[in-house]
Design a protein around this ligand. Structure first.
Ligand SMILES: [Zn+2]
Ligand SMILES: [Zn+2]
Length: 277
């Protein structure tokens, strides 16, 4: 398939995702949500969990696959973490991963609860958002997320925070999808959760809960995809202007410096931290 056609299909796919996400959520939306705070926490948790399982499941199938098409999309020449290491090291990495996953569940619920206590004037009623409203609000959420992520990430690369906190995430110098949320709790709160939830909280009543859930699904997919170690041609982020993608973040892990942004490339460009090697 020609690249220009793949490009059009993948960009269209993003808006189709907004539409399908909205329709699916509208179909199961309760008539009257009395416990808004509980609904906010549970729905965020469930959407993140479902996306996390589906996207990681897809990439795990890719790691297992012997297909030439898939191996051609591998970004780094280095072996996957389970291939190039002593099996004891890989066993230890797996043990640490599961420990991290369990801790992250509690942290996620705690941050969602704190955010809902801080300010929760999001719309939960049947004034469902249009695809246009979802699109522009997700763009705003992405801009806010990116600014907070960029500066917190720069902070995490200072010697003190790198040694105490961020080196946990950088254990993976070749990334795999599930390494995306493998991080010290401090980093998971500061660099992952707060940037994602900040936009929805700031926009307040202008935002419907459906838009937040569509955004959380998209943000979860993006971080897993950016850490997948593959640059498939259908990845929409390679085709959108000024957006980061898997190759961009893979360079960051490979070199331990530069390419600090999570969503857009302009901050790295403006502040001279882009890696073009
Ligand atoms: Zn880093
Ligand atoms: Zn990373």
């Amino acid at each position: 398939m020609q690249l220009s056609l793949i490009k059009v299909c993948s960009i269209t796919g993003l808006f189709v995702y907004f539409l399908i996400g909205k329709i699916c959520l509208m179909c199961v939306w309760p008539n009257n949500i009395e416990e808004k705070q509980l609904f906010f926490i549970v729905s965020l948790y469930v959407v993140h969990l479902i996306t996390y399982i589906i996207v990681n499941g897809f990439y795990m199938a890719c790691y297992e696959s012997k297909s030439k098409y898939i191996s051609k999309a591998k970004i780094e020449q280095k072996p996957w973490p389970w291939d190039g290491k002593d099996s004891k090291v890989w066993q230890e990495m797996k043990r640490l991963y599961w420990k991290n996953v369990i801790i992250n569940q509690f942290i996620m619920i705690g941050v969602a609860y704190s955010a809902s206590c801080f300010k929760l004037d999001t719309r939960f009623d049947e004034t469902f958002p249009t695809v246009f409203e979802i699109s522009w609000q997700i763009l705003v959420f992405g801009i806010i997320e990116d600014v907070l992520f960029y500066f917190s990430h720069r902070l995490l690369h200072t010697p003190y925070f790198y040694g105490k906190v961020h080196k946990v995430h950088h254990i993976y110098n070749i990334t795999v999808s599930w390494s995306a949320e493998f991080a010290h709790p401090f980093e998971y709160i500061l660099g992952n959760l707060i940037p994602v939830i900040a936009g929805p909280i700031l926009l307040g009543y202008q935002t419907h809960m459906i838009t937040i859930l569509v955004f959380v699904g998209l943000a979860t997919h993006k971080t897993l995809s950016d850490h997948s170690g593959f640059n498939f041609p259908w990845d929409v982020y390679q085709h959108l202007p000024l957006t980061t993608h898997s190759e961009f973040h893979s360079k960051h892990h490979s070199l331990n410096t530069g390419n600090y942004s999570s969503t857009f490339t302009y901050l790295d460009d403006l502040l001279g931290t882009t890696i073009n090697k």
